[in-house]
Design a protein around this ligand. Sequence first.
Ligand code: SF4
Ligand code: SF4
Ligand code: SF4
Length: 323
Amino acid sequence: MQKAIIEKAKQLLADGTVNRVIGWKKGGFAYDITPAIFETAEEIDAEFVYDDFTAANVSKYLIKESRKDGKILAFLKPCDTYSLNQLTKEHRVNRDNIYVVGIPGGPKLDVEKIKAKGITGILSIKNENYTLKIETLYGEETMPFYEAICSKCESCKSKKHVTYDELIGEDGDILESNRFDMVEQLENMTAQERYDFWRAQLSKCIRCNACRNVCPACTCEKCVFDNDNSGIANKAAADSFEENMFHIIRAFHVAGRCTDCGECSRVCPQNIPLHLLNRKFIKDINSLYGEYQAGEDTTSKAPLNDYNMDDCEASIVHERGAE
Ligand code: SF4
Ligand code: SF4
Ligand code: SF4
């Protein structure tokens, strides 16, 4: 797939369809693949990477990039196209300045799942028939590919691209996803058990802001958490109230707009399963206002921005919360 993507990027640069490409290049480690802009075929030949670790969704970068002169080429996996559609709907990107080539989705790998097996000093990782051969400073290790996939790929909701200008490969289908299973498990806990679960998770947060910075729904030009007068800007939480507040406020801010892209959990250095909080909101919105998938299209009204006579009453939501 890397070869086909690189050829397509060079072709679209050469024929003038685009004047730059957003893709990925290697970071400090072989598994540390990071988004990057390429302006020439030489740069692409030298550094462009697309492999099992290319999980990063480049949609958010298009907010700034699509405001520059000329078209930019973006390679988007199916899940990434939902993010771009949502950004288009919210007028956060100039879709006319973006040329989207849809590429097949994952599953993609998460190096944290490899490290969680006690494998350290990683030098290289090869996928041989879905067995990972991991060369480390201390010798070679192996583990099954599917035990190391990103949590967002474990519960993929769609292999279908919802926006593109052209595709590499065949388009897929919307999937029967198991993504609400864990939310249901949390719902079935007692209030105390649920509180203890979230406290155990959120107390690990170091307020690095990576979850907010990567989130395609967090696009405010001035974020509430960057307000110097708030007393909470860019600092580690002082107590459990602040720890909870950051996450609950962010979840409310993206409610109805979160496409469940899974990037927040993927980038969290503390491995906090943030997607479960956002999925709870998605599940509740589905049950209160009817099935809705943010980013599926660019025209529908989001349930929380819309009103009709069949909407549930606020009192019903309140009673439900008191259960
Ligand atoms: S990415 Fe993780 S550690 Fe960083 S602010 Fe978000 S939840 Fe906290
Ligand atoms: S809250 Fe998380 S899952 Fe939702 S859009 Fe933002 S990064 Fe993606
Ligand atoms: S946390 Fe809230 S205010 Fe900050 S960028 Fe996200 S949506 Fe905007």
